[in-house]
Each structure stands twice: as structure tokens, then as C-alpha cells.
Design a protein around this ligand. Structure first.
Ligand code: ATP
Length: 363
């Protein structure tokens, strides 16, 4: 597993560290021995399905929840028992959480007033951060006069104006429509890079995580299953859960015995010592399968479904002659093999190195 251990030697650039965190609510164990490191200036996504413990982990970091065991370190200091107010963190929530009775200026100025800054110091700071989120000139607007995207920009300005040690974003784009989500995602990335602020970004949306993160931490049932760059997570999933949760995947049942993999009625020689023995699950991405003209492929298959997605065509193929298996694969629309029709017989091929092999039973 790619999970970082809190016991490994620390690099000097580590900014945030969770060490062996446990947290239960009653009988429900929500976080189990959770350890993670985030480097200075890094944007890390905590990604996982609903209920896996992402928000609980975030609340342990921001101090709203005290862990049953373990430590939280920030900038070389143990902050496990520090109150939320003294952690100097910027938070952005899914629901924006702006103060509805205050105008834009007062919303952004709020954190600085609490720190007892003078009016003359606050004014240029608020202007600077409103300009940063491209909402200079909106100072007098009331919150209800802003669109969802504008409200989220103000929430971001409010979180950043205090120049936080750490920025925490909890599903910040979930309330926005698809187009705005993409724009706002780019905006968050631009600002985060410009300010070089260490950031934890919580999401259940794998596409969002892949497109915004320096590193992704994939959580499942209170533990981290894999830590890696978006590319590593997608191209080299460490567990079956990760392969399934990130992107589309075909799962095929096979058997490994004495260095041979039996899959879809064929036999493949494995590099020495590779893969577990016995029943296995092989995962392969739709774009790593290829269709070839009928007859020339590794396996014979029939086109059962064709879906057009603009840049790619997705085929669902039945590989029924040898084993009753369906696979999906993606073909570039601009390529020569995108014109197959329902019922066409095609060849199906793949490279052994594109299979991810996990121990296991049925798909
Ligand atoms: P979502 O994406 O749906 O917000 P999540 O991954 O953020 O999910 P958490 O909110 O951390 O998950 O919740 C993890 C588990 O802990 C859930 O089963 C939830 O019901 C439970 N839980 C969270 N907070 C409490 C609480 N205060 N009391 C009891 N159970 C809780």
C-alpha cells in the first residue's frame, strides 16, 4: 500500500502530519490508525465515498473533533489539543457559510476584525483578496445578490484573507453546476499555486480530485488505501477498491498457478514472482483494451452496445465464446476503429502490463 507511515523519516518540507489517528463515535470506528503527511504548498485531495470518514478527518485537523488517539502536527508544532481559533486555518465549506446579514466587504473583513486589525490595515487587505478572486468592486453587495459561484469566491477570499497556515476545503464545488464547477476548480488551483498555501481538499468526486490535486489520498472505511499523484492512482491502483473507485474499469476473474495466468480462456506467462497464487481479479482500464479487425485479435468478441461521447466511442463487448464476460472499451472517435456497429464481430487485445492483478474471488 502507498499509505505513508508516520514512522518514516520526515522530509523537511512536511507541513501537516496526522499520526496514528483513531476516532470512534459510540461503537462506530470512523478513523482507524490514520496517518498522512502533506508537504508545504501542496494541494492534497482526501477522496473517498460518502461515509468513509473524510469530514471527520478534516474536523480532527481543524480542531472541531478531538481524536481518541494520535497527534496532529502543523509546521513542526503539535496542535492536537489547540483550540480551532488558535490554529490559524482557513475553511471553505460546501454551503459557503457566508454571513447573510453582512455585505461582501464585512464578510471578508470578518476574520481580520476578530484579530483586532485596524480599519486602515483591513481595507487594503480586503481589496487585495477581492481582486484575487476577481470580485473587486463587489464590496457593497449583499450575499443574496450573488450567484453561487460568486458566493464561493467570497468564501475563498474570506478564508484566505487571514493568510492561514493551512487551507481546508470541504466539498467546495458540490453546490455549483458542471460548467461553474470546472471554472471554479481552475480558479482555486490558480490561487492556491499563487499563494503557495498548503491545502487539504475533501471530495467524493474522483474526476475533481484527479484534475486538481498534487497528490490524492484515497480513503475507504476510515483508512487510507493509497497515496499518490493522480497519475499513479489512476495508472497503478494499489487495491481493487482504488481501481474501482477511480475512473472506469473492467474486472475479469482469472487464476494464477506456477507463474501462469489463466484469463478469458487464454494462458499468459507472468514475470517471475508476479501476482498472488490462486483466484485473482484482473482490472484493466477501458482505454487499455483495443479492438482490432475481426479475426486478428487475441479474443473474439461481439459489439453489444455503442455509446457516443463526443471524443470517444464506448463499446460494450461480449466475450461469450470462451467465457460469459462483458467488457467496455473506449475508442478515439477520430480513429479508424470507431465505426463498429451493434452486432459486429471484432478482435479484442490488450497488453499484459496493463492488467492490475489483485487477489480475490468473484467480480
Ligand atoms: P460525506 O461525504 O457523506 O460527508 P464523509 O466521508 O465525510 O461522508 P464523515 O462525515 O466523516 O464521512 O462520517 C463518517 C461516519 O461517521 C459516518 O458513518 C457518519 O454517520 C459517522 N459520524 C460522523 N459524525 C458523527 C457524529 N458526530 N456522531 C456519530 N456518528 C458520526
Amino acid at each position: 500500500m502507498g499509505t505513508q507511515s508516520a514512522d518514516t523519516p520526515r522530509l523537511s518540507s512536511v507541513d501537516l502530519e496526522l499520526r496514528h489517528i483513531d476516532k470512534s463515535f459510540g461503537d462506530v470506528e470512523v478513523l482507524r490508525d490514520l496517518s498522512l503527511n502533506v508537504d508545504k504548498g501542496e494541494l492534497c485531495c482526501l477522496l473517498g465515498p460518502s461515509g468513509c470518514g473524510k469530514t471527520t478527518a478534516l474536523n480532527v485537523i481543524n480542531g472541531l473533533i478531538e481524536p481518541d488517539r494520535g497527534e496532529v502536527w502543523l509546521g513542526g508544532n503539535d496542535i492536537t489539543h489547540l483550540s480551532p481559533q488558535r490554529r490559524n486555518l482557513g475553511m471553505v465549506f460546501q454551503s459557503y457559510a457566508l454571513f447573510p446579514h453582512l455585505n461582501v466587504y464585512d464578510n471578508v473583513a470578518y476574520g481580520l476584525r476578530r484579530r483586532r486589525w485596524s480599519r486602515s490595515r483591513i481595507q487594503p487587505k480586503v481589496k487585495q483578496y477581492l481582486d484575487l478572486v476577481r470580485l473587486g468592486g463587489y464590496e457593497e453587495r449583499r450575499v443574496h445578490e450573488l450567484s453561487g459561484g460568486q458566493q464561493q469566491r467570497i468564501a475563498l477570499a474570506r478564508a484566505l484573507v487571514i493568510e492561514p497556515t493551512l487551507l481546508l476545503l470541504d466539498e467546495p464545488l458540490s453546490n455549483l453546476d458542471a460548467r461553474l464547477r470546472a471554472d471554479m476548480r481552475d480558479e482555486i488551483r490558480r490561487i492556491q499555486r499563487m499563494l503557495d498555501v498548503t491545502t487539504i481538499y475533501v471530495t467524493h468526486d474522483q474526476e475533481e480530485a484527479i484534475s486538481i490535486a498534487d497528490r490524492i489520498m484515497v480513503m475507504n472505511q476510515g483508512v487510507i488505501e493509497q497515496v499518490g499523484s493522480p497519475r499513479e492512482i489512476y495508472e497503478r491502483p494499489a487495491t481493487r477498491f482504488v481501481a474501482d473507485f477511480i475512473g472506469q474499469v473492467n474486472f475479469l476473474t482469472g487464476v494464477i498457478s506456477s507463474g501462469w495466468l489463466w484469463l478469458m480462456g487464454r494462458q499468459f506467462s507472468l514475470p517471475t514472482g508476479e501476482g498472488p497464487e490462486g483466484k485473482v481479479i484482473c482490472a484493466i482500464r477501458p482505454e487499455r483494451l483495443r479492438v482490432e479487425e475481426s479475426g486478428s485479435g487475441l479474443l473474439q468478441a461481439q459489439v453489444e452496445e455503442v455509446t457516443y461521447f463526443g471524443s470517444v466511442v464506448r463499446y460494450r463487448l461480449a466475450v461469450k465464446e470462451v467465457v460469459d464476460t462483458d467488457v467496455i472499451l473506449n475508442v478515439e472517435v477520430a480513429g479508424p476503429l470507431a465505426s463498429h456497429q451493434l452486432g459486429d464481430r471484432v478482435g479484442l487485445g490488450f497488453e499484459l502490463e496493463d492488467l492490475h492483478i489483485f487477489p480475490g474471488g468473484n467480480t
